[in-house]
Ligand binder design. Structure first.
Ligand SMILES: [Zn+2]
Length: 367
């Protein structure tokens, strides 16, 4: 099943070698940007360590143990992620009914469509109570597996007290216990945590790999796969979201914005924006798509066959000019900045408006 993971061959080699040489670390830190396969690799690694198949290609994905892992029901698989306050009982029962519902929805989403983001309604973190419960469970003996597997997702979202409570366990996990921490924000982890784990870096996926996955695993047509891969910035989750947007919402909105910007129709745009409140994700996708269109505008004169929006060739040729193409590189940098700002607490609506005004100035040649 490791073959299903694309674009991370170095990591797969490292982990399969560790298994075949029986040199398995007790604590790993999987780090790298979002949507590059960290969780699925951690899950498959845990499965491989417990797979009952005698084949050299483990995990097999079909034995009883693999099944239990894939349904998140293996008694020796402990999975922690940031949650709202679960109000856990002493034996780990979730007492808060709303939290329980969201907790289960999070796991179901992870099982069935991990490329979709799932948000809790309140603020989340890796809770002290979850870590305390984990520590207590690790003191018990292993149920049925060869190894006990702990996956802690977004491990940086642990406050200092919680992280400190976990240090001793991380330093000396019980026998045959493998702890895998996962993070997209390495600098936010305490140095004491970092120093106790073997780091494993996941690089961003190349456009070609993303295109291949979309085409092979999601039956996305070549043209769409190409454009989604380009927009995604190496993040498979973003690429899938865009590719599965069958109504092409992002693209339609981007061309709408382009049209109004070119006509200097600010009022019209304000009216439209007031009616549709966009989420941060939607604005991020919009920014990415505007980037694609600008890229098309920059190359349409000398390499029309290379543009992504081939069906808009006439429009693109109408809009482009030398003055515009000179300014596009600088504007693309600004788009990167906008995307980064969205990761902070910037209001998506305001950012969208700025995006429009910038685009209008660019297309109408205003300063
Ligand atoms: Zn198996």
């Amino acid at each position: 099943m490791f073959r299903k993971i694309k674009g991370q061959q170095q990591v797969i080699d490292l982990l399969t070698n560790a298994i075949s040489n029986e040199r398995i670390s007790q604590a790993y830190l999987f780090h790298g940007s979002d949507g590059v396969g960290k969780f699925i690799t951690a899950l498959y690694f845990g499965m491989a360590l417990n797979c009952l198949s005698s084949s050299e290609y483990r995990p097999c994905g079909i034995c009883a143990s693999c099944h239990k892992f894939l349904s998140f029901e293996h008694p020796d698989f402990n999975y922690l992620f940031p949650t709202t306050n679960l109000k856990l009982s002493a034996d780990g029962e979730i007492k808060d009914s709303e939290a329980l519902e969201q907790y289960q929805a999070y796991i179901n989403n992870k099982k069935e469509s991990p490329w979709q983001d799932f948000y809790f309604s309140g603020s989340t973190e890796i809770r002290k109570e979850s870590i305390s419960l984990l520590i207590k469970r690790l003191e018990l003996s292993i149920h049925e597996g060869e190894y006990r597997i702990v996956i802690i997702e977004n491990a940086d979202m642990m406050n200092t007290a919680t992280a400190n409570a976990f240090l001793k366990t991380l330093e000396e996990p019980p026998d045959r216990t493998v702890i895998i921490l996962i993070t997209e924000r390495l600098p936010q982890l305490l140095p004491t945590i970092l120093s106790r784990c073997q780091p494993v870096y996941f690089k961003p996926l190349s456009q070609a790999v993303i295109q291949e996955i979309l085409y092979e695993q999601f039956a996305v047509d070549t043209l769409m796969a190409k454009s989604a891969a380009r927009i995604s910035g190496g993040n498979l989750r973003t690429a899938i979201r865009i590719a599965q947007d069958t109504s092409n919402t992002t693209r339609i909105k981007a061309f709408e914005m382009l049209d109004m910007a070119a006509r200097d129709a600010a009022l019209e745009y304000l009216n439209l924006a007031a009616k549709s409140k966009e989420s941060a994700d939607a604005v991020r996708d919009l920014i990415a798509y505007i980037g694609i269109i600008l890229n098309d505008l920059a190359i349409v004169e000398y390499a029309p066959q290379e543009v992504t929006n081939l069906d808009k060739l006439d429009l693109l040729k109408d809009l482009t000019n030398d003055n515009l193409t000179d300014q596009i590189p600088e504007y693309l940098l600004k788009l990167d900045e906008y995307s980064r700002m969205l990761e902070g607490n910037v209001n998506p609506g305001l950012l969208q408006l700025n995006l429009f005004l910038g685009l209008r100035n660019l297309l109408c040649n205003k300063q």
